[in-house]
Design a protein around this ligand. Structure first.
Ligand SMILES: Cc1cc2nc3c(=O)[nH]c(=O)nc-3n(C[C@H](O)[C@H](O)[C@H](O)COP(=O)(O)O)c2cc1C
Length: 237
């Protein structure tokens, strides 16, 4: 295993972007250039993410990267299902019933994106187009689906989230961008079929990634964060 890691490292020069810069530079990108990420770069990025912590180091994440024809096939299937009104069948249902300050932030986030996309409050068609962009994978050349065995439950799903953030930050350091996508849990059977998954893995979410297209309006979207006093308590007695 160590030899394998060393071999990957030696083939790709690591960038010198610092961690803090990567954290601030990461943002959800919803429009990509038609340019594939070299396999060696992908190997390095995924190897870095592999260093993420996990409960008892079980490394529960299952990682399926779709590119090329397979990605195109999944995209077509998901668009057809969405347009055709096929009821989503997520392995892990989403509870998006946010209230209070969470609802406020949710609305602000939607307004930030839709205003950049030129979609008004009552523009139903525009909103549908925005939803469909998810299933077009925002034109990304690659999409990674992240899953785990359902027996692990919520506490171990945290590990998969940690893997995801490591992955997205590594991408930024290598000049790539991404969008984490809960919408990618809508049709998990398509993912299982595409990757011939037979070990009971359930799909938690996906991440589209590639090189950001700076001409796409949606990519001008920026979200804000509350100050730490909103959710962080420091106490010493
Ligand atoms: C688990 C998860 C699922 C998400 N699902 C979607 C999605 O399906 N579609 C989408 O456009 N953005 C999705 N997002 C992106 C969030 O909207 C985004 O992270 C948030 O608004 C903060 O903006 P930023 O990523 O640009 O900092 C998701 C983010 C996370 C962490």
């Amino acid at each position: 295993m160590k030899d394998e890691q060393e071999a990957v490292k030696s083939r790709v020069a690591d960038p010198d972007m610092g961690l803090i810069d990567s954290i601030y530079a990461r943002h959800s990108v919803r429009g990509y250039l038609d340019k594939e990420v070299p396999q060696e770069v992908m190997n390095r990025i995924f190897e870095i993410a592999q260093q993420s912590p996990s409960n008892c180091n079980v490394q529960p994440w299952k990682v399926y990267v779709a590119s090329g024809e397979l990605k195109d096939r999944l995209r077509k299937q998901m668009i057809e299902a969405t347009v055709g009104g096929v009821t989503p069948n997520p392995d892990y249902p989403y509870r998006g019933n946010f209230a209070d300050e969470y609802r406020t932030r949710q609305v602000e986030c939607a307004v930030a994106l839709y205003s950049k996309m030129g979609i008004g409050r009552d523009d139903k068609e525009g909103r549908m187009r925005a939803v469909l962009r998810n299933f077009e994978f925002f034109d990304a050349p690659h999409i990674v689906f992240l899953g785990m065995h359902p027996d692990f439950g919520t506490t171990v799903a945290i590990d998969v989230g940690m893997f995801a953030q490591s992955l997205m930050l590594s991408m930024v350091a290598f000049g790539l961008h991404s969008c984490p996508m809960g919408t990618m849990r809508n049709y998990p059977d398509m993912v299982r079929e595409a990757f011939e998954i037979e070990d009971g893995t359930k799909i938690l979410f996906g991440i589209s990634f590639g090189y950001e297209d700076p001409t796409v309006d949606a990519n001008e979207t920026r979200t804000t964060r509350d100050g730490i006093s909103a959710n962080t308590v420091f106490r010493s007695n």
